[in-house]
Design a protein around this ligand. Sequence first.
Ligand SMILES: *Cc1c(COP(=O)(O)O)cnc(C)c1O
Length: 358
Amino acid sequence: MYKLEKLIRPNIWKLKPYSCARSEFVREGKKKDEHVYLDANESPFNSPKNRYPDPMQKELKEQIARVKKVKPSQVMIGNGSDEVIDLAFRIFCEPRRDNVVAIDPTYGMYQVCADINDVEYRKVLLNPDFSLDGERLLRATDIRTKIIFLCSPNNPTGNLLDRDEIHRIITHWEGIVVLDEAYVDFSNQPSWVKELNQYPNLIILHTFSKAWGLASLRCGLALASEEIIHYFNNVRYPYNINTITQEQILLYLSMGEDLKNAWAKKIVEERDKLIDALKKVDIVERIYPTDANFFLIKVPDAVYVHNELIESGIVVRDRHTVSLCDRCLRITVGTQEENERLIEALQWIKMPSMRAYL
Ligand SMILES: *Cc1c(COP(=O)(O)O)cnc(C)c1O
């Protein structure tokens, strides 16, 4: 039986959170500028930058909730998804006692946050085609496992994980499932947010850093039950989202999702053109299927090709040391012009052994 109290660290369960001077009070009723603010030791000069951001992030949560079709109380806003990932460890995992289970390969931040929080990180290999074996993942859990990390579409592999396998994990597991959907806008599958209310143990991560084109603002989301989000809000820094970020995200949300969706569509079109062109390039041995704005290619020597590309002023991600990604580079889709430069550069690269015959 899923019971949140059994999963949350006892110190967090009973935490009395920091209460900001103004949090219970301000931005309700009266307009901001009708008050005289002498409560937070701010400077009276340099308005409006002298004021602390809204710690409740009230308006931003309302607009995010509207776009995501959840309740504002189901939204935790983080300084990037990376903050949300770290908070998940701090809320659920007792250092040196609890563990988490994650697919391998996947996004590197889960392991970094586990290591920082001194929490055992158990990796479970995906199948060689990067598909998910839910049973194998569940077998790696034990009584001290608090979180299972899933990422779909997965990074660095680019593929969606099978819906039935994800469903099996969420329903056959009494702990927390973190499902990272940073790239969902590029895929042709709907987000799991639609089903959020069916699964009390599910935490979905979304971000403004990818399809929304707002990585510089540092804004990521956890979407979950009201009960879970309550603890995220208790543990996060009160002012984790600065005023400029709150205002800018509100501005983009006021335009709805059309611009983001148009960008995502364009990127997917350019991705498919790029993949077609790379099929004709000699040193590209294999191109892996993708549901994201990036994909893996296999080359004869990843380090060599990576360095040659840097010589041409093109930076891609060398993933050859990652599980199941031997000799792989990860390529992010750029503009048409950027992608053409990549194709051109790859066409000119000759492997050392091939060179010997020239
Ligand atoms: C890029 C990425 C994120 C986004 O992280 P932010 O901190 O929100 O910028 C989250 N998860 C995965 C798997 C990613 O690749």
